[in-house]
Design a protein around this ligand. Structure first.
Ligand SMILES: CC(=O)SCCNC(=O)CCNC(=O)[C@H](O)C(C)(C)COP(=O)(O)OP(=O)(O)OC[C@H]1O[C@@H](n2cnc3c(N)ncnc32)[C@H](O)[C@@H]1OP(=O)(O)O
Length: 199
């Protein structure tokens, strides 16, 4: 498997791959001053071999990850899931998504493409997450929650059951979301309040 992006996020993805005995073939970064990631050498051109084998786009920023994925001409890998994560057999996890150590995804939940389900986050039953969503470490998403494309749920945030969160929303660290959130809103605090909109 290849990794696109020699970032801190890329290092965590290397660990996930190692936990499930997947070998990292090549790591690409367009910054030609980065030579290695976890002692694996980094390449700076997208050669044929790279484009012909399965790749995870390891870019933490949701917008940039989408931009790269939209223009990437290679093959996207199936989701990779750390061996300590607990994923219901009735959950769906689409390609390009990464699930980090100790995360849980419960029954009948579906997770889109190129999402990040970060360390020890929990996503309960019957949730629907769009593409490019990032659920940060220790965030807790209750049952029947909808989170649309590109939304970032901050570290330790909580979302109560049945909430609908729009596209490209930012939920602040530690926020408690008790009402639906419109597209592009930035929400902080307990209870969560909108402080601005980002377009
Ligand atoms: C492995 C990993 O690292 S995964 C990455 C995890 N990353 C995160 O969880 C990041 C979450 N980000 C945040 O919480 C950020 O503070 C954001 C995105 C909500 C806001 O960031 P900015 O747009 O830069 O807002 P800014 O710092 O200017 O704060 C605006 C106001 O909101 C308040 N505020 C910002 N964040 C929070 C928060 N999490 N909870 C409560 N209030 C907050 C600020 O105190 C400030 O209030 P004031 O106007 O009364 O002074």
């Amino acid at each position: 498997m290849n990794i696109y992006g020699a970032s801190g996020h890329g290092k965590v993805i290397i660990d996930i791959a190692e936990s499930i005995n997947i070998t990292i073939d090549q790591i690409f970064d367009d910054n030609n001053k980065i030579y290695t990631l976890n002692e694996i050498s980094v390449i700076h051109d997208l050669n044929k071999n790279f484009l012909n084998s399965d790749t995870i786009i390891a870019i933490g920023n949701n917008k940039i990850r989408k931009r790269v994925a939209d223009s990437f001409k290679g093959k996207i890998a199936e989701a990779i899931i750390h061996k300590s994560a607990i994923i219901s057999p009735n959950a769906i996890v689409e390609k390009g998504t990464v699930i980090m150590p100790n995360a849980s995804v419960n029954s009948a939940t579906s997770i889109g493409e190129h999402c990040i389900i970060n360390t020890a986050s929990t996503i309960d039953h019957d949730c629907v997450l769009g593409n490019y969503v990032h659920i940060s470490p220790n965030a807790a998403i209750a049952g029947n929650v909808i989170i649309n494309e590109g939304t970032h749920v901050g570290i330790g945030a909580v979302v109560i059951p049945g909430i609908k969160i729009g596209n490209w929303v930012t939920i602040g660290a530690g926020a408690v979301i008790i009402r639906d959130v419109p597209d592009h809103a930035v929400v902080v605090g307990n209870p969560g309040k909108i402080i601005k909109y980002l377009n």
